[in-house]
Design a protein around this ligand. Structure first.
Ligand code: AHG
Ligand code: MN
Ligand code: MN
Length: 334
C-alpha cells in the first residue's frame, strides 16, 4: 500500500479526507473542517471530564434545560464549547442542541451547508460518580433557507437524511465513532499526540450478542410485550442472556456496537413517548448501528427510527436497537 493510502497512525481528520478523496474527489474539505470543530470540542470536554473535581465543574448548574431536566455544570460547559468551536465554522448553517430550546442560525445563505445537532453531554446523571459519559452528533444538509423560527423547519429532517453521525465516549479511554454512510469507523484519543487515531475501520456489530440493556426498574409500566421478553430472557430456553445498563446512552450503545445485544427504552408511565430524543440521540445512534449491520426500530411494527418524520426538535421516541437477532427477538414479543 502506498504511504498515501496507509491506514497506520491515521487520525480521524486524515481518515475523513481519505474517504472524501475516494468517494468525492472534488470535495471542498468543508465537511472535514466542520468535523474538526467537533473533535476539538471533544478533546476539551474529555480533559474537563478527566479532571472534574479540580475545576469546580461538578454538580448542578442550578437551571433546567428545555426538557425540564436539571442541567449539570458540565452540560452547560460542553454545550458552550461545541457552540463555540462549531459556530465559527463557515460551513455550519444551523446548530441545534439538547440544551437550547431553539436552533441557532449561524450562517444561512452565506455558504453554510450543514445543520449540526448534538447532545453535548449524554449521561449527565453519571458525571459526579466518574461513570462514562459522551457527546452525540448528527449532521444534516441545509436547504439554505433556514425557514421557520430559528430555522426549525430546516432542522426537521428524517434520520435517513443524515450525512454523518457519531459519538464520542469519555470512558476509561476516549473513543470516537463516526459514519458518513460508508461503514462505521472507530478512533481512540492518543493523549500523547492529542489526536484521535484509527483503531477499527468498518466495525460490524455481532449478529447476536445475548445482552439486554434497559432500565428494568421501569418494567412494570412497559407495554406487555417488553415484559414478556424480559421474562423469556431469564428463562433456560433463552440461553444465557446477561443484563448490562450504564444509564449513559453512549456507553450502552458503544458496548452494544462492540459486543452485540439489544438496547431499548420503551414507553413508560412517566415517559409515554419513551425518554430518548429523536433528533440528537436516537437518529445518530440508529445510523451508526445500521451502518454496522444492526437494526434500530421504534417499536413492534418494525418502523425504522431513521424513517420517523420529525415534528419538533426535542421530540422523544421509544426505541429498540442493536444486533439483528436480539432486536428481532424483542420485536417478536411485541
Ligand atoms: P442526558 O444525560 O443527555 O439527558 O441523557 C440521559 C439519557 C441517556 O443517556 C440514558 O440512556 C437515559 O437517559 C437513562 O435514562 P434512565 O435513567 O431513565 O434509565
Ligand atoms: Mn442524552
Ligand atoms: Mn445531554
Amino acid at each position: 500500500m502506498s504511504p498515501k493510502h496507509s491506514r497506520e497512525f491515521l487520525t480521524v481528520q486524515q481518515h475523513i479526507l481519505l474517504q472524501q478523496h475516494e468517494k468525492a474527489p472534488g470535495a471542498s474539505g468543508q465537511f472535514s473542517w466542520l468535523l474538526s470543530g467537533i473533535t476539538i470540542a471533544a478533546k476539551i470536554i474529555a480533559d474537563r471530564v478527566r479532571r472534574l473535581g479540580l475545576f469546580s465543574l461538578s454538580g448542578a448548574a442550578g437551571a433546567e434545560n428545555v426538557q425540564g431536566e436539571a442541567q449539570q455544570k458540565l452540560d452547560v460547559f460542553a454545550n458552550d464549547i461545541l457552540l463555540r468551536t462549531l459556530g465559527m465554522r463557515d460551513s455550519v448553517a444551523i446548530l441545534a442542541s439538547e440544551e437550547n430550546e431553539e436552533p441557532i442560525v449561524c450562517n444561512v445563505g452565506g455558504g453554510g451547508h450543514y445543520v449540526v445537532l448534538f447532545d453535548p453531554l449524554d449521561g449527565s446523571s453519571n458525571i459526579d460518580c466518574n461513570v462514562g459519559v459522551g457527546t452525540i452528533f448528527s449532521i444534516l444538509r441545509c436547504d439554505g433557507e433556514g425557514r421557520g423560527v430559528g430555522g426549525e423547519s430546516a432542522v426537521l429532517q428524517r434520520g435517513a437524511q443524515q450525512v454523518a453521525a457519531g459519538y464520542i465516549f469519555y470512558g476509561s479511554a476516549v473513543s470516537l465513532a463516526y459514519t458518513t454512510g460508508s461503514g462505521v469507523h472507530l478512533f481512540t484519543l492518543d493523549n500523547a499526540i492529542g489526536a484521535f487515531v484509527l483503531t477499527q475501520e468498518h466495525v460490524r456489530i455481532p449478529q447476536r450478542g445475548g445482552i439486554y440493556s434497559v432500565n428494568e426498574a421501569n418494567s412494570l409500566s412497559f407495554p406487555e410485550g417488553y415484559r414478556r421478553f424480559l421474562e423469556w430472557a431469564k428463562s433456560k430456553e433463552a440461553g444465557p442472556y446477561s443484563s448490562r445498563y450504564v444509564g449513559s446512552m453512549v456507553a450502552d450503545i458503544h458496548r452494544t456496537l462492540l459486543k452485540g445485544g439489544v438496547f431499548f427504552y420503551p414507553p413508560t408511565a412517566k415517559a409515554p413517548e419513551g425518554k430518548l430524543r429523536l433528533m440528537y440521540e436516537a437518529n445518530p445512534m440508529a445510523m451508526i448501528l445500521e451502518q454496522a449491520g444492526g437494526l434500530a426500530f421504534v417499536g413492534g411494527d418494525r418502523r425504522r427510527i431513521l424513517e420517523v418524520e420529525p415534528r419538533s426538535l426535542h421530540q422523544r421516541t421509544p426505541l429498540i436497537m442493536g444486533s439483528p437477532e436480539d432486536v428481532e427477538r424483542v420485536v417478536a414479543f411485541l
